[in-house]
Design a protein around this ligand. Sequence first.
Ligand SMILES: Nc1ncnc2c1ncn2[C@@H]1O[C@H](COP(=O)(O)OP(=O)(O)O)[C@@H](O)[C@H]1O
Ligand SMILES: [Mg+2]
Length: 356
Amino acid sequence: MKIAVIFGGQSDEHEVSRNSAVNVLKSLAGRGDEIFQIGITKEGRWYLTDAELVDIASGEWEKYASNRQVCFACDPVVHGILILDRNNAATAERIDCAIPVLHGDHGEDGEIQGVFAMSGVPFVGPGVKASANCMDKSVAKIIAADTGVKMAKYTVITRHEYDKHRQEALARALSVDGGRFPLFVKPSSAGSSVGVTKVTEANELAAAIEYAFLFDEKVLVEEMIVGRELEVAVLGNCEPEASVVGEILTAGEFYDYESKYNNPESKTWVPDDLPEGVSDEIRRYAVELYKELDCRGLSRVDFFYSEEKGVVFNEVNTLPGFTNISMYPQLWAAMGVDGPELMDRLIRFALEEAGE
Ligand SMILES: Nc1ncnc2c1ncn2[C@@H]1O[C@H](COP(=O)(O)OP(=O)(O)O)[C@@H](O)[C@H]1O
Ligand SMILES: [Mg+2]
């Protein structure tokens, strides 16, 4: 097969994507496929690259003289990519499956999925609608509510509202949890904890909201759920399977960017001490939410759990991390599905979804 692996991208999670891509490429190595490595720079330039994995991880891949400009052709007759040579002459190359190893803006939000859909190339992961709906946490919550799953109390503030009616917006945010703190403030569409603040007193609220507005036009203010962070890896199309439940043991105040990627003290494990029935409840909800949100291929569904509140849904990640410390591949490994087998299944689900 001819497989395009796309990484990098114009997103705050560009670096995370490069690290995820290295593991995806390693897992694909033994299949005998022809791999087309496509890197997208932070400026949004697309290059076909034969860079070594270490250079993809570090970002040095951008300096390879052999890189060629490349784009996905929206015309399904091409069914793949156009590679430009030094004289801008294009060569069409058929692609059998695209693997977007992209997180956040443009890559996980339905934009690139729209390009793949138009191109007719099967692709790994949820389609346009599910990607867009899951990326915007305020939309995902509305759809998720249909399953009856519990969620943190929350309110949404748009930039327009904040600019015009700041006092009303702040008053509503302050009363999200009956005036109690801490509150969590976050961009509605972001990831990797970018723009997320735990607010412990009223005079910190406005700054946290304004900080989150740096990353999105919509901001969520949520009740803090004091509990454990539990995640499930879901795999499949219309009859998806849920992995065992994994737990995040964060080294920081909460699971912020530093704790996620730069603090080796943060740990993940498959807990064996959850009260009877909790694990099953979480796995059941994970599958229900996956279906309700129309996910395909893969997604990681994240929850909180506390004795007081029970199981509380947090968010769905439609292109979860594949870094060395990422939960998604670890949870499938715990199920006996290693990296190569996981990629094999993801490619098969992509082909099945495209009817190929
Ligand atoms: N309502 C909440 N209660 C407790 N912790 C929260 C809440 N919302 C977010 N967090 C903390 O912030 C982290 C990042 O928030 P999350 O909603 O998962 O956004 P992201 O898409 O950036 O991962 C979570 O992993 C958790 O540690
Ligand atoms: Mg999260």
